[in-house]
Design a binder for this molecule. Structure first.
Ligand code: ADP
Ligand code: ADP
Ligand code: ZN
Ligand code: ZN
Length: 751
């Protein structure tokens, strides 16, 4: 029996309560989000989903957590803004799992960051035959005891470009060595001649292999090299230029690029470990053999190891590998460098790491975790979200994929439109209630875009050379010119390898439009990126008689205090500087007098607050209109023209790139998952943009998992049949309708 009061209290505490949220475009909204459940936020791009989750909830969670520390400790914590909201109650510490690629240096691999390698190290230190100490550090390529000395555990090392470094037609005395320090009678040239180790008058082309080895690397031992007073021209060159911390000056890098190239380490052949480590084996396998296997194959191999003493370690290994495999990363290996993982793969690795976390009652916030997943594998993601929830956490997700929306315990639909046309809550409830609702999302979920009934005919083809890179197997890509081709296949099947690393390298004229952040400095905005700001300054100059530079924050018009940045750095003596709004220009970036010059009542700063849509209506200038209409055309009419590029989501940035490209004439475009961040209602628009590009005579290749886009294409190339070593082949290439008959195609089932 629960009294009314108690019930009220219970329901209070089992919801996150938000009152009066006005972040970005939000219109003073109130929200209740159930705790310990999966809530999916839907709505068109720009409707305000991120404003609720990232700019309100995550900020406020960080801020409230910080406020529990002393003011001294807070100096060392990340800074959180107070969001523009009246109240946020009942939140827990928040973990934001974004799609930012993991990055990392050459020492960071899937094995090191997932904590699987440390378990393997213990396994080998205890059970490896031809034991090598028992310290398990010795089995780390990041530890001097375990690393290959030649490449310092990187697996790659510089080697001389022999033809550039040595003119082999000449003798040493005649100046065969071209490296810096060997010209005329320079210092190293004198050392080399005086060492008398070679026939100084014999052309280098006539050297025996042993002499060549001696010339490049010196004697085999350090003692002997000291005695000879000669260390080898290559060894000498690299010792001077390559710093172990990887901190190479621009001048040194130029010399390195001229005379050397990165290559697989000749000693460890890319395996990173030294010979002692590689000699230690369990059941015939060394640690490198294990880390270089695909995760599913490694897991299967370890299952055949049954020594009882190994059982506890193997149990932990199976657990960690199992999580990675279950989320669909079975095709990766532990040797894979984290920097080469895609945004979607990185996000899945991060999510799995949190599963092992014993903390409960956390808030997990995920941004479109289905990115990069084939429809076949989306259920794996759903299982992962359910596990996070069942561990006692609240899971908040931004998603457009109907199959993820379906598993939500609760759905909050934002909208109805984007920017100023959005910012309200249009629906809350269950999936079946959403389907029945009249919202844009509900309607979109009920209908599928139709199969392209009139595919353009293929006549001529652009083809790449056959390649066996990564998992490819002498595979070649042929794409019909002047058509809309979609490339499909499960994650890890080889789409990016074949399209971006093989095909695009063979056709350098191809323009790749992906979700990598726009290369931008802190001052870049939509207005600068599209070039309309330059045009605007000219107009201001013409109308006011002032020079154009007067209307530039980077030139004479800039605020003298912040030098046109809009922010100033506060120097807090012993800690990182904090940047705050400039007190003189209040963030406008301009000198006060610039703001006195107006066109039809608006200063240049006022104009930067206009949305693209408003700006199209305001300006009657051909150049500005053409550029702004291109931005409107890709569905970004709701952005403010002064909005800086670093505030755009990956999907928005990608569409802005497409808009800029639409103004150029390219002819071969490669789009990597352009529907990321797009609501089903926006997808139809994206398909129209692609068809416009094709109608203008371009060839467009789209890597996609979205079945609506697949159905709309003229031509489909399905890569697979599965991921990793079970992929890498063309399963089908032809008009979309024909894929239905292909038994091997996993994609066919979903079209
Ligand atoms: P969604 O996540 O639904 O795509 P957002 O919450 O990111 O939408 O954006 C809602 C609106 O707020 C959009 O018009 C967007 O351009 C704007 N916006 C988002 N971040 C900022 C920012 N830092 N400054 C100004 N406007 C912003
Ligand atoms: P998709 O784009 O279809 O998801 P990828 O082309 O990324 O597939 O991957 C195909 C295969 O190549 C996978 O087994 C993947 O692990 C491997 N692979 C991809 N990139 C690299 C890399 N930089 N180094 C090593 N293996 C890679
Ligand atoms: Zn090596
Ligand atoms: Zn200023």
């Amino acid at each position: 029996f629960v009294s009314n009061d108690q019930e009220a209290y219970m329901s209070e505490s089992s919801y996150i309560e938000i009152r009066g949220d006005r972040e970005n475009n939000l219109r003073d909204i109130d929200l209740r989000i159930p705790k310990h459940q999966i809530t999916v936020f839907t709505g068109v791009s720009g409707s305000g989903k991120s404003s609720v989750l990232f700019d309100t909830i995550a900020q406020e969670a960080g801020r409230q957590l910080n406020s529990t520390f002393s003011s001294f400790a807070r100096l060392f914590l990340p800074k959180y803004r107070r969001p523009d909201v009246d109240a946020v109650a009942n939140i827990s510490p928040a973990v934001v799992i974004e799609q930012k690629p993991l990055g990392g240096n050459a020492r960071s691999t899937l094995g090191t960051i997932s904590d699987v390698n440390p378990l393997l190290r213990i396994l080998f230190s205890r059970f490896g035959q031809s034991k090598h100490g028992t310290a398990s550090n010795a089995f780390s390529f990041n530890d001097p005891q375990g690393m290959c000395a030649t490449c310092q555990g990187i697996g790659r090392t510089y080697v001389l470009k022999l033809d550039a470094a040595v003119d082999q037609t000449k003798s040493l005395a005649a100046g065969a060595v071209q490296l810096p320090g060997y010209t005329n009678n320079a210092y190293y040239q004198q050392l080399l001649i005086k060492a008398q180790l070679f026939d100084n008058d014999k052309p280098v082309a006539d050297f025996t292999p042993a002499e060549m080895q001696l010339l490049l690397n010196g004697a085999a031992t350090e003692d002997q090299r000291k005695k000879d007073k000669f260390e080898g021209i290559g060894r000498q060159f690299f010792r001077r230029l390559v710093k172990s911390d990887g901190d190479t000056s621009a001048a040194a890098q130029k010399q390195l690029d001229q005379f050397a190239q990165m290559d697989v380490c000749p000693d460890c052949h890319g395996q990173r470990y030294n010979q002692d480590v590689l000699n230690s084996r369990i059941a015939g396998k060394n640690i490198f053999d294990l880390t270089d296997m695909q995760l599913d194959e490694l897991d299967a191999l370890l299952a055949t190891w049954t020594a009882p003493q190994m059982a506890p370690l193997l149990h932990d290994l199976h657990q960690k590998l199992g999580d990675l495999i279950e989320i669909g990363l079975d095709y990766l290996s532990l040797t894979r460098e984290t920097a080469s993982l895609s945004g979607g793969e990185s996000q899945r690795v991060k999510t799995v790491q949190y599963l092992g976390n014993a903390l409960t009652d956390m808030l997990y916030i995920l941004d479109e975790p289905s990115t990069g997943l084939h429809p076949r594998d989306v259920h794996r993601l759903n299982d992962l979200l359910a596990k996070l929830r069942d561990n006692g956490n609240t899971v908040l997700v931004v998603e457009h994929d109907p199959d993820v929306i379906k598993v939500a315990d609760h759905i909050i639909d934002m909208g109805p439109g984007a920017g100023i046309h959005g910012g309200t809550v249009t629906f809350t409830g269950s999936y079946s209630e959403l389907l029945a609702s009249g919202t844009l999302t509900g309607k979109a979920l009920r209908q599928h875009l139709p199969l392209n009934a009139h595919p353009r005919p293929a006549t001529t083809f652009i083809t790449s050379r056959p390649s066996s890179l990564h998992n490819l197997n002498n595979t070649q890509l042929s794409v019909p010119t002047g058509l809309f081709t979609v490339i499909t296949g499960v994650a890890g099947s080889g789409k990016s390898t074949l399209v971006e690393q093989v095909f695009a390298k063979d056709h350098p004229e191809a323009v790749i439009i992906d979700q990598a952040p726009l290369h931008a400095n802190s001052r870049s905005s939509i207005a600068t990126y599209t070039g309309i700001l330059d045009r605007l300054r000219q107009i201001f100059a013409k109308e006011t008689g002032k020079p154009a530079g007067f209307f530039s924050a980077n030139s004479t018009g800039g605020c003298p205090e912040c030098k046109g940045k809009g922010t100033v750095e506060l120097n807090l003596s012993f800690m990182d500087n904090v940047s705050v709004e400039c007190p003189t220009c209040h963030g406008s970036k301009f000198k006060a007098e610039v703001l006195d010059y107006k066109i039809r009542g608006l200063s240049i700063v006022d104009m930067m607050h206009m949305t693209v849509e408003e700006a199209v209506a305001f300006f009657n200038d051909k150049k500005i209109s053409a550029k702004l209409q291109a931005v409107e055309n890709v569905g970004l009419s709701y952005l403010q023209i002064g909005q800086t590029l670093d505030t755009l989501s990956g999907g928005e940035g990608q569409r802005l790139k497409i808009a800029a490209e639409l103004l150029n004439d390219g002819n071969l475009y490669i789009l990597d998952e352009p529907t990321t961040g797009l609501h089903t209602a926006d997808t139809a628009n994206m398909i129209r943009i692609i068809n416009d590009l094709v109608d203008q005579g371009n060839t467009v290749i789209v890597i996609e998992h979205n079945t609506d886009v697949m159905r709309a294409a003229d031509w489909i190339v399905d890569i697979g049949p599965d991921g990793g070593s079970r992929g890498g082949q063309i399963v089908y290439a032809g008009p979309v309708a024909g894929i239905k008959n292909i038994k091997d195609s996993i994609t066919a089932e979903y079209i």
